[in-house]
Write a protein that binds this ligand. Sequence first.
Ligand SMILES: NC(=O)c1ccc[n+]([C@@H]2O[C@H](COP(=O)([O-])OP(=O)(O)OC[C@H]3O[C@@H](n4cnc5c(N)ncnc54)[C@H](OP(=O)(O)O)[C@@H]3O)[C@@H](O)[C@H]2O)c1
Length: 272
Amino acid sequence: MASHYVTLNTGAEIPILDLGTWQIPGEKVNQSIKTALKNNYKHIDCAYVYQNEKEIGQAFADTVDHIIQRKDLFPDRVEEGMQMALKNLHLDTIFQGHDNILPLDDDGVPITGNEDYKTTWKAMERLVDDGLVKAISLSNFNTKQVDNIMENCSIKPAVNQFETHPYMTCNRWIQQCQRSDIAVTAYCPLGSRNRPDATVSDNPILLNDPVVQSIGKKYNKPPAQVCLRFNIQRSIVVIPKSTTPLRITENSQISSYLRPVKVENMQIFLDG
Ligand SMILES: NC(=O)c1ccc[n+]([C@@H]2O[C@H](COP(=O)([O-])OP(=O)(O)OC[C@H]3O[C@@H](n4cnc5c(N)ncnc54)[C@H](OP(=O)(O)O)[C@@H]3O)[C@@H](O)[C@H]2O)c1
């Protein structure tokens, strides 16, 4: 199966399909990673707050050089780079002394730092200068914050990751990033039906949406493929999460019927 990429402003190519890992419990994540790597995923979205990084590290240790070569993963040398990055950013000390993964105040509200994010960005730029990481990126930065970083940075963000899918199109935000040569990664690309507020609200379920369903019927594709395709056609990287092997496989099939075409800095995809 052909792989498909978005070219970052660093020149690196980021796979257009990635496995999300939020809410995959530690005991299940090993199997999910192995299924993903067997299905040609080369990029896994991880975060300290998901509390499953140790198990993900173990899954890599089990599979790298068996199912997949380390050089084929995006990016390689992530462990060494991140260990050094954490040390340099003193994140190991930031989390000390708190029982919660996100420290909360007495009212249960997350405690935020007083640090200006531009100062943090400068620290991240030093990691690139020192050769410890290859690219630095943003998540959940709104249009004003992106402008603020762009006006004050010496190294541009490679990616901005935020929620976007057919119920949350974010067109202006996406255009701003792409015009500034910042790639966009879509989280919750399937509408995140298991997110904490989904069960307490009467929000509609994206994958059950009649329009999504009817497009799926018309093209003989499952609703998840319709939603992934919605973003991929806008040159947006998608990171659907699943613990279900059949769904991990099904989601990987999105790239099998796309043919990448490069147009200047952008990469668009046509039916292949
Ligand atoms: N940077 C941030 O602030 C941020 C915030 C939120 C999320 N994220 C990242 O984005 C990733 C994706 O977001 P998300 O996990 O919230 O939501 P999502 O990927 O939109 O949806 C995941 C849900 O869809 C189901 N699913 C997966 N494939 C399916 C298919 N083919 N057909 C039907 N249902 C399917 C999964 O069920 P099963 O698992 O039961 O198969 C799960 O319930 C996260 O895992 C995380 O890595 C980042």
